[in-house]
Each structure stands twice: as C-alpha cells, then as structure tokens.
Design a protein. Structure first.
Ligand code: 13P
Length: 228
C-alpha cells in the first residue's frame, strides 16, 4: 500500500480546490488507485464534505479543542462537520513559522489520537543538523513524545532543506532515514520535499509514500504521480 498525499498549504482558493478535487476524482479509477491511498490537504477554508470516491480529505492544522475561545483557529467540531478524520501535525512550516515545538505537536497528537484520527506526523532536520551529521538522532528525538505504535499513524519525513527548494534529498539519503525510522515504528514512512512527477516513482520504491507540496497544485502533475 502506498500513500500519495498532496499538501496545498495556503494555495488554491475554495473554488480552485473544488474544481481540482472534482477533476482529480473523476480522472481516477479503481485500477489506478489499486493499493494506493490518495489524500489531499486543502487549506481549512477550502474543506468540503469528505465523500470523494478515491480521495480522502485531511486538515493541514487544527486546534486541539472541541470548540471554544481560540480566535483564528479551527477546532474539532469544524472538521467533524465535514467528516474529516485525517490531520497533518508537525509540518516544519508550523514548527518554524508558527512556533509549534515538540510539546505542542505532541499535545495535538494526543488529542487527535484520542479522537481516533489518522495522523500524518511530520518530522525533518534543518540543513545545519544535516551538516552536523546528527540527523538520525534528531529525527528520533522528534518522535520521543508521541506514541509511535499508534495504529493510525503515518510518519512523514520531510527534510526542511528539501522543502520548496527544488532540492530533493538523494535516494540514498531518503533510504537511510526511511530504514532508520522503520526500526523505530511500524507506521508507514513517507517522504516529502520537492517531490514531483519525475522523481516520485523512484522515491516510492524506497518509501511507503510521498507528501507532495508544489507539484500537487497542478492536477495533471499530481495525477501523473498517482499513476506512476
Ligand atoms: P514541496 O513539495 O513544495 O517541496 O513541499 C513539500 C511539503 O512541505 C509537503 O508537506
């Protein structure tokens, strides 16, 4: 089983996302999707009913609360209204731009684990950590505070230096981290960072899936990645 996921980040409006989802779902069929799970993470204002035939929708972020006084946040009730039970936690953009440290990520993890969500938990090292050769220990430390045996966990390894840079990690670099993480957890280990329609099939041979940013914004490119 391979996981193919697209993270729209703060791109594609509600209208554009709807057009995209309808176009992609109608291009897919059971043969193409055989042994694959397809996920799309639109921005929260573009969330719609999670009832596509081949695509599962997920949230890029959510407050760890049912509802309440959390100005600017989306809470569990908002996701439940759309039957959404998949979430990204710990993306490096949340960690770095919105100061979500390991403690906050673990708190969110525990909250959504208790709600039985499918959790894509993102980890990945900076260029400095990579250069200091401490990346494997660093990845392990990012998983310390969460239950790596959780049955609905997917671990997304996304080296920060490979995100949005066009500089994807080599197959050797990805393979080393995937093997290391497989010793820590039985969860599927997927890779993200400048994945596109040209490199995805090789990456999928050595990992359990891909988390695609920019290349997922183009429905034809994302379709190509799924088809490969
Ligand atoms: P890019 O594919 O644009 O490098 O983004 C990867 C990513 O952050 C997916 O979550």
């Amino acid at each position: 089983m391979k996981v193919i996921a697209g993270n729209f980040k703060s791109n594609l409006t509600r209208n554009a996302s709807l057009q995209y989802l309808n176009a992609l779902d109608s291009k897919l069929d059971s043969r193409i999707c055989d042994n694959k799970q397809i996920y799309i993470f639109p921005s929260n204002t573009s969330l719609v009913q999670n009832n596509y035939k081949y695509i599962t929708l997920g949230a890029q972020n959510c407050n760890d609360s049912n509802s309440g006084a959390f100005t600017g946040e989306t809470s569990l009730l908002h996701l439940e209204e759309f039957d959404i039970d998949t979430i990204l936690i710990g993306h490096s953009e949340r960690r770095n731009l919105f100061f979500e440290n390991d403690d906050i990520c673990a708190r969110k993890f525990n909250y959504f684990k208790n709600k039985n969500f499918r959790i894509f938990y993102c980890i990945g090292e900076s260029l400095d950590v990579r250069k200091n050769n401490k990346y494997l220990q660093f990845l392990e430390s990012q998983l310390k505070a969460i239950d790596t045996n959780y049955k609905n966990l997917i671990i997304a390894y996304e080296p920060i230096w490979a995100i949005g840079t066009g500089l994807n990690a080599t197959l050797e670099q990805i393979g080393e981290c995937v093997r290391y993480l497989r010793d820590i957890s039985n969860a599927p280990i997927i890779y993200g960072g400048s994945v596109n329609e040209n490199n995805s099939s090789d990456i999928l041979k050595i990992s359990d899936g891909v988390l695609v940013g920019s290349a997922s914004l183009d429905v034809d490119k994302f379709y190509q990645i799924i088809k490969e």
